[in-house]
Design a protein around this ligand. Structure first.
Ligand code: NAP
Ligand code: GFB
Length: 320
């Protein structure tokens, strides 16, 4: 029997990743004949509330779900609010997976994060290591809530045969990011800080030593890979979606790329009273490459330039 076209519900559809998927669906033929794609924000339903979650699933009756909605933030937000990072995300994730089960959703692709892996581990990290020890202390609340998605995916498969799986991105950035200098992730916060320092002729303050290393993924690349995972990735165990280990850069190298993109030549100060967080969390993308040896990631310098241009053009509506 001809499979009926997918009706895809994207929770967290108004955020950095949700907007990237929306872009690919609308402008890169990411949508097939007859498919419907619905992009939710918290205004459509507060997913910490089971009643509202059931109501929005009843309204759209999805066949497939890309579950992105979460309380998300950078190192310093998590360090201040580990409880916030756990309670809201535990509720959101349990409500979405249980309601997907109740409404007969065929497949759910949820989004974990490379920060959930054990802090004391060997590198590179791979998908089998998720539960091998405590995560870094800076974000244990968010990390354990995300780990529980993997636990529930396995339980839904064991008990009901459901195909609920997950992807594990490393650090993501791009258009529609959260550019708030207190709560945002490093690249978006520093793009905002550098733009302000440039405009006001003041020094740029980078938090920490600049030595920690990260693998940065451009949101549009991740959007393309998450749509691929929805269509073709059939395992229940999660898959890391990231650039390779060789593309890992130090925070200092990333700051220099932002400064170049914004023509900032002013003074840069490294505030070492601020935490460095995890010094590294190098992740292997070997599993992804076994499926997608062809996939081309946007070079970091180019992606940072495009994000800076987007921020300047959309400064008035950007999250700052
Ligand atoms: P984001 O830009 O902060 O967007 C978060 C989304 O979740 C927004 O659409 C927001 O809706 C929605 N949301 C938040 N609380 C909600 C609630 N109570 N009910 C309903 N919707 C709610 O986040 P992102 O960076 O796109 O992250 C998307 C996913 O990727 C998350 O699961 C995150 O953990 C994961 N991830 C992100 C990164 C990264 O570096 N950004 C790295 C790894 C994994 P409103 O717009 O209405 O607030
Ligand atoms: O993206 P970020 O906030 O989080 O990056 P993590 C933090 C790194 O960037 C630290 C340095 O080494 C900071 O010292 N940094 C320098 C800055 N200047 C700044 C700045 O102005 N703002 C910020 N935020 N950092 C997160 C997890 O870890 O990774 C989240 O906490 C999520 O849960 C995310 O998983 C992907 O990379 O350290």
């Amino acid at each position: 029997m001809e499979a009926r076209p997918m009706r895809v519900l994207v929770t967290g559809g108004s955020g950095l990743l949700g907007k990237a998927i929306e872009h690919v669906v609308a402008l890169e033929a990411g949508k097939l004949e007859g498919e419907q794609w619905i992009f939710l924000s918290s205004k459509d339903a507060n997913l910490t509330d089971l009643g509202q979650t059931r109501a929005v699933f009843e309204k759209y009756r999805p066949t497939h779900v890309i579950h992105l909605a979460a309380k998300v933030g950078g190192l310093y937000l998590h360090m201040r609010e580990n409880l916030w990072g756990s309670r809201d995300n535990l509720k959101i994730n349990d409500n979405v997976l249980q309601t997907a089960h109740e409404t007969g959703v065929t497949k759910v692709v949820s989004c974990l994060s490379s920060c959930i892996f054990p802090d004391k581990t060997t590198y590179p990290i791979n998908e089998t290591m998720i539960h091998d020890g405590p995560p870094h202390d800076s974000n244990f609340g968010y990390s354990h809530a995300k780990r529980m998605i993997d636990v529930q995916n396995r339980a839904y498969f064991q008990q009901y045969g459901h195909h609920y799986t997950a992807v594990i991105p490393t650090n993501v950035f791009g258009p529609y990011d959260n550019f708030n200098t207190e709560n945002g992730h490093v690249l978006s916060a520093l793009i905002n800080k550098t733009y302000t320092a440039q405009k006001e002729g003041t020094p740029l303050t980078v938090c920490g030593s600049g030595a920690p290393r990260r693998q940065f993924v451009y949101s549009l690349d991740l959007g393309r890979l998450i749509i691929w995972a929805l269509r073709e990735y059939e395992e229940i165990s999660p898959i890391i979606l990231s650039v390779g280990e060789d593309d890992e850069v130090s925070i200092k190298e990333a700051v220099d790329m932002i400064a170049e993109a914004l023509n900032f030549e002013g003074q840069m100060n490294y505030d070492t009273t601020m935490s460095d967080g995890q010094m590294k969390k190098t992740a292997s993308n070997a599993k992804l490459r076994s499926y997608r040896p062809d996939f081309t990631f946007t070079p970091l310098k180019e992606a940072i330039k495009m994000t800076c241009d987007w921020f300047i053009t959309n400064y008035d509506k950007a999250r700052t």
